[in-house]
Design a protein around this ligand. Structure first.
Ligand code: GLC
Length: 597
């Protein structure tokens, strides 16, 4: 964790450090030349004013520019040449060495290059650490948000925010594009698992994640503003058709609470509101978020989000102007930074983007960089990831996220000395139990990072366990069968399922084979959302537990009782979508349902 030093002694240390940086900056060895903005003992507002007063238009436009690491990996010097304010790792955009050390080396390389600019303004580096530092091999992977929503435990989620921040900071990074505060209203949406649930009350409560993350000096991001989970048909990046009253009732409360909790950044949604792209929506970004909610952090676009304003590929001067004038402070370009900086500079010089708008954006961005202590501590303060403490926390979160939907004949909890037959493609697969946004953007099946599969967790407890993925060899001699089935990884629009939500053919065949054996069958569903599942004696929603699959076994054997409550209504059929609390429909299991032992 990057520690922001406090107290007088530290202030002296900081001042001398700042002076050293100033000397390097000015090339002048008369320490009295140190500019005010490098004096950490001064108020942030004063430092912002001083720095802004020294910045050229090129400096200011550069600060509003965010590039993916891939765009500058071969030419880090471009960061100083174009005065780039931020670098990000988009989903899966990782250094050649995906271990923590490789990330920290990459961060320091970019930071050293950026500090070569005249004003020596450090970059802020953003990453999607949406369920732990999920890009780094060996990091702790926590349950995805839908499972955390099932815990109804904001204090737990705050702890996860803290642990995630420590692992992000351990690789040098300063900014997490999390939490997603989307309110998923149609489970066919490919990002349902990134939502804490269908009712804004859960996401509002789970803004505790922001407190945890920012308490450890990593900037949080409330995303995606606004209405990403409310699109018609669950169409990712589609259109949310709602009255203003309903938009504010369903999708705004988590953002209002995030602002109240001091969230440092807000990311704009790709989606539209009644046909107008959020990325160009001045009323939503400036009047509502920055005005009515009094948000004082900075607004970042989503990946090439301004390109979508006019519906055509690429971005134009008009889209740059519309996005920045709507209130976007930092543009996730993320590749063609030369074209972007040129267009925005021209728009300002032509008077079509007011200098006041540029200065407002820079004030917002620079204030966060000063608050994070980036000027004083620009480089990675390395530390381990995937620590036993964090994995224990993740295992606790997995336990608390399990929702027991059905338990006919009290077939659960399992007995340790039973003869247990385990089947299913998701029983022994870290990649499948982690889901999307894990090591790569889409995630993938297989042993992609160190962890405990659900099967390994079961074998930690019981000694008489047989596993066959398809259920081959099952017969009546076993006491119980456990089928771990569900989804394989996906992210964003790749996960949209307009055709309905059901198990795949492999899982259906596995279940059919097990059911013929005439013994009790427990279904453990590893998925990012509810699916239609054939009837079985017991049904446990495990969601996407991440690396600590032992937490699922803990509940299966009663080492921990199931306490999870449904964060989403469970549809009665594969096509019953949308289905939400209070909509008059009859789900199979209602929002809030959850059994125990
Ligand atoms: C993606 C996602 C957003 C993410 C960003 C950077 O497209 O919409 O959630 O933070 O790009 O990876």
């Amino acid at each position: 964790m990057r520690k922001v030093l406090v107290g007088t002694v530290a202030a002296v240390v900081l001042a001398s450090t700042a002076t050293a940086v100033a000397v390097a900056a000015s090339g002048d060895d008369s320490a009295t030349e140190s500019p005010a903005y490098l004096d950490a003992s001064r108020p942030v507002a004063e430092r912002v004013d001083d720095l802004l007063g020294r910045m050229s238009l090129a400096d200011k436009v550069g600060q509003m520019t965010q590039v993916d690491r891939s765009a500058v990996a071969d030419d880090p010097k471009a960061l100083a040449e174009y005065r780039i304010g931020s670098v990000l790792s988009g989903g899966g955009s990782a250094p050649p060495n995906p271990e923590a050390e490789g990330w920290a080396d990459m961060y320091d390389t970019f930071q050293r290059a950026a500090l070569g600019s005249e004003r020596k303004i450090p970059i802020i580096y953003g990453v999607d650490a949406v369920h732990g530092h999920n890009n780094v091999r060996g990091a702790t992977i926590f349950p995805h948000n839908i499972g955390l929503g099932a815990t109804r435990d904001p204090a737990l989620v705050e702890e996860i925010g803290r642990a995630t921040a420590d692992e992000v900071a351990a690789t040098g990074l300063d900014w997490n594009f999390a939490p997603c505060l989307c309110v998923a209203r149609d489970d066919r949406w490919g990002r349902t698992y990134e939502s804490f649930g269908e009712d804004p009350e859960i996401a509002t409560a789970m803004t505790s994640y922001i407190t945890g993350l920012q308490g450890q000096n990593v900037l949080a991001t409330a995303k995606h503003y606004i209405g990403d989970g409310g699109t018609t048909g669950g169409d990712d990046q589609g259109d949310t058709r709602l009255s203003e009253a309903d938009l504010k009732a369903i999708h705004l409360p988590p953002f209002a609470e995030a602002v109240r909790k001091g969230v440092g950044s807000v990311m704009v949604s790709f989606s539209s509101w009644n046909g107008q792209k959020a990325h160009g929506h001045k009323y939503l970004i400036t009047d509502l978020l920055k005005g009515e909610l009094a948000f004082t952090g900075f607004v970042v676009s989503d990946w090439a989000g301004i390109d979508q304003i006019d519906g055509a590929r690429g971005f134009t001067a008009e889209e740059v102007r519309q996005g920045v004038n709507a209130g976007i402070d930092m543009v996730m370009v993320p590749e063609d930074y030369r074209q972007f900086t040129q267009l925005l500079t021209a728009e300002v010089e032509a008077g079509r983007v007011p200098v006041e708008r540029i200065d407002d954006a820079n004030r917002r961005i620079l204030a966060k960089k000063f608050e994070l202590g980036l000027f004083e501590h620009p480089y990675a303060e390395r530390a381990p990831v995937g620590t036993p403490e964090h994995r224990a926390l993740a295992r606790r979160a997995v336990r608390q996220s399990q929702v027991l939907l059905k338990n006919d004949g009290n077939v659960l909890p399992l007995k340790k000395d039973s003869r247990i037959f385990v089947a299913g493609k998701n029983a022994d697969d870290i990649g499948n139990q982690s889901g999307g946004w894990t090591m790569t953007w889409q995630g993938k099946s297989g042993p992609i990072t160190p962890g405990t599969t659900i099967l390994a967790g079961i074998r930690e407890v019981a000694k008489n366990v047989t596993y066959d993925r398809g259920g081959e060899g099952i017969d009546g001699s076993y006491d119980v069968a456990v089928a771990v089935v569900g989804e394989t990884p996906y992210a964003e629009y790749e996960g949209d399922r307009p055709g309905g939500l059901t198990l795949d053919q492999e899982d259906l065949q596995t279940l059919s084979r097990l059911n013929k054996a005439g013994i009790p069958v427990v279904v453990v569903l590893v998925s990012g959302r509810p699916l239609a599942v054939p009837a079985s004696q017991a049904l446990l929603a495990a969601w996407l537990p991440g690396t600590e699959g032992g937490g699922v076994a803990d509940v299966l054997f009663g080492i921990a009782k199931p306490t999870g409550k449904l964060p989403v209504s469970w549809p009665a059929t594969k096509d019953q979508q949308p289905v939400n609390k209070g909509d008059g429909k009859r789900p199979l299991f209602a929002y809030g349902h959850g059994l125990s032992y």
